[in-house]
Design a binder for this molecule. Structure first.
Ligand code: GYE
Length: 331
């Protein structure tokens, strides 16, 4: 073959290869480059949770280079374990999950470790035998949130001259065994121990939902209406408790009514705070997606990461809140 002929054939071959490559479906080619993440969400029990899901979905989007496999565990730990096992079988690059409860994760996380898949825990935290079973945790300090609430209450009662008068407290707990419940409950129980005039009327589980708390509070009110404080472990519970109390003819406010304490500081919760029905709403930030993205990007580049990331949070009370503060919020 002449040199000229050879050159022409070589050019044709290059062109042809280029065409063949071009002819591949673009979506498939780009999918190979996406970071595959399996995300097991505990459920959709509250506005907080919905905002949390949206934040993760927005941060781990195709546009940002991710293929996200989402699973809603509908409040069942077994469903979360099953989802995580499926993610391992699908050979995802990362597993992200918000654990329903604190314990019971050792074996499934061992399976993830053996498959060499990094696990990032968001929101609630867990207790494991070996810290190496997960790579990072991004969430809140729930005990600190509870302490902010009880300290604020101590100051308010002191200001109102009720330091030595009996303060009757109804405690509505979140999902039992979740670290959010454990931290917020511990803070109240410690405060009751140090304030001899604080009395626990009853402690019931509202499961972080408005509907369940409405039922539970309705039943409590049939037993007694002699209540000074209702300590709810999230906004949904506070709203359910307020609905039941108002129906039973009680007023919720800091001026002689029932003092309602809440957590999350969602827009709806803060609207109630502005009306004076929630006295204090301690913020819990669900916008964790950007932090998860940041950690994954660092791991991709082999850079060191912060293993425990606690998000800064504030609080809002009925004395200082205004409309502008609510309008400026994302959830
Ligand atoms: O406070 C509540 C939710 O784990 C921090 O779960 C979260 C809690 C949050 O459903 O609204």
């Amino acid at each position: 073959m002449s040199k000229r002929m050879f050159a022409i054939i070589a050019c044709l071959a290059v062109l042809l290869c280029g065409c063949v490559k071009e002819a591949q479906p673009a979506a498939d080619a780009s999918k190979d480059n996406l970071i595959k993440v399996g995300f097991s969400q505990v459920g959709a029990e509250s506005e907080w949770r919905v905002a949390n899901t949206e934040s993760i979905k927005a941060a781990l989007s195709i546009k940002n280079g991710y293929e996200l496999i989402f699973d809603d565990a509908r409040q069942e730990q077994e469903n979360q374990i099953r989802a995580i096992r499926t993610f391992i079988q699908q050979n995802v690059d990362y597993i992200v999950f918000s654990p329903k409860v604190k314990t019971g994760w050792n074996s499934i996380l061992q399976e993830a470790k053996e498959a060499q898949i990094p696990v990032i825990i968001i929101d609630r935290n867990i207790e494991v035998e070996d810290e190496g079973l997960y790579t990072a945790h991004i969430g809140s300090d729930f005990l600190k949130e509870g302490e902010k609430a009880v300290q604020w209450l101590e100051k308010l009662l002191e200001k109102q001259g009720r330091k030595d008068k009996p303060v009757r407290i109804v405690h509505i707990q979140g999902t039992i065994g979740s670290s959010a419940q454990i931290g917020r409950t511990n803070a109240l129980e410690q405060a009751i121990k140090r304030n001899s005039n604080w009395k626990m009327v009853t402690q019931e589980c509202g499961d972080f939902t408005r509907a369940k708390t409405y039922e539970v509070m309705g039943a409590i009110l049939k037993q007694t209406k002699d209540i000074d404080v209702v300590y709810c472990e999230n906004d949904g519970e506070a709203l359910g408790a307020i609905d039941a109390m108002e129906e039973a003819g009680l007023k919720c406010n800091v001026n002689g009514g029932v003092i309602v304490i809440s957590f999350d500081a969602t827009k709806l919760g803060l609207e109630y705070c502005l009306k004076g029905k929630i006295a204090l709403d301690v913020e819990c930030n669900p916008l964790q997606g950007p932090y998860v993205n940041e950690i994954i990007q660092k791991l991709q580049r082999g850079e060191p990461i912060e293993r425990e990331k606690l998000i800064d949070e504030t609080q809002f009370d009925c004395f200082t809140i205004n409309k502008k503060m609510i309008d400026g919020r994302q959830y």
